[in-house]
Design a protein around this ligand. Structure first.
Ligand code: UD1
Length: 310
């Protein structure tokens, strides 16, 4: 089978491409390297096709998708605060880019598109854990773009017959998450600060919570979403099913580092949701999803991975 992975040089993408290659599939990685890194693919570089291009370039995406059986669409602007700062740019990449990917998949006769959606689509719906049948109510431009992506995909399935599955990721973390920007995922930033002797920065009181999910847990689900029968047109939460406050994550990192975090607290970020936790029963049932790596174990592995790189 031939897979195209948009955003395949990124954090979740490159971890998934490793597994696709291990299973003997042919893979084209389509990535503009705006946040992805070619060195994430270094170990498998000779086993894949790499195309540097942006999903906002319709012709380039179409060329990359020609002859593909499956498309895993991960390329996106992934940061909530970045979308608050520049909603037009996030909309352009995440919405126009997704439409380009869907058109390319349709024209190439792709069997199924799997789309990286987000827990951000739920917004501030007060009930926890979040279930897929709750009405979405995103409170950031980013969350809106992910919801629109789901709607576009389902519409493409309906109108053009392109099978489409949405995976609503819950704060995925782990090896290769890049702490290089203030827009990076919070755990990568916390670990970098704790390792470099710096002080983590907390937006708000640190009591906001997330269902932090170790990347290995979602890699298998990404691939299952292509093979599982009867799931086209559906959305799935991919989380661990628990939740941790930011303050709690720092307590764990303090133990690893053997020192106090001495975090700085500042104003909450506009657009942020307060609490997030996934009900994963649908993914368990339909995708055989089984998040084997706990939050603590994942954080330990991630800490060790960053340590080994220094
Ligand atoms: C994250 C992902 C998003 C994904 C969503 C659900 C990133 C950058 N964002 O969004 O793509 O769709 O999960 O899977 O990976 N915070 C601090 N200090 C910092 C950075 C962040 O206190 O230095 C706080 C934020 O204010 C927020 C929480 O940590 O309350 C999480 O922030 P972040 O890691 O950016 O993730 P989400 O916005 O939840």
């Amino acid at each position: 089978m031939r897979y195209v992975v948009t955003g395949g040089a990124g954090f979740i993408g490159s971890n998934t491409v490793d597994e696709l290659v291990r299973r003997g599939h042919r893979v084209t990685v389509f990535d503009d390297l705006s946040s992805g890194k070619q060195h994430n693919l270094a170990r498998i570089g000779d086993k894949i096709d790499f195309v540097q291009g942006t999903i906002t370039d319709a012709a380039a995406v179409s060329a990359a998708c020609r002859g593909a059986d499956y498309v895993l669409h991960l390329a996106a602007r992934t940061s909530v605060p970045r979308s608050v700062k520049d909603p037009v740019e996030t909309n352009h990449v995440n919405v126009d880019g997704t439409v380009n990917v869907l058109v390319a998949a349709r024209d190439a006769g792709v069997r199924r598109v799997v789309f990286a959606s987000s827990s951000a689509i739920y917004g501030e719906t007060p009930t926890l854990p979040k279930r897929e049948d709750m009405p979405p109510a995103p409170i950031s431009p980013y969350g809106v773009t992910k919801l629109v992506g789901e709607l576009y995909g389902n519409m493409f399935q309906h109108v053009y017959g392109v099978e489409f599955v949405s995976l609503r990721y819950f704060n995925v973390f782990g090896p290769r998450q890049d702490p290089g920007s203030p827009y990076s995922g919070v755990l990568s930033l916390f670990i970098a600060a704790m390792r470099n002797g710096g002080a983590p920065l907390i937006y708000g009181d640190g009591e906001q919570s997330r269902d932090f999910t170790y990347v290995e847990n979602v890699v298998n689900a990404n691939l299952q979403a292509f093979e599982a029968p009867g799931v086209a047109g559906m959305a799935f939460n991919l989380g661990t099913g628990g939740r941790y406050t930011l303050n709690e994550t720092l307590r764990v990192l303090e133990k690893f580092a053997g020192r106090t975090a001495d975090a700085n607290y500042t104003q909450p970020r506009p657009g942020d949701i307060r609490d997030s936790q996934a009900d994963i029963s649908r993914a368990r049932e339909k995708l055989g999803f089984n998040p084997r790596i706990s939050f603590e174990e994942g954080l330990r592995r991630t800490w060790d991975w960053y340590s080994a790189r220094q």
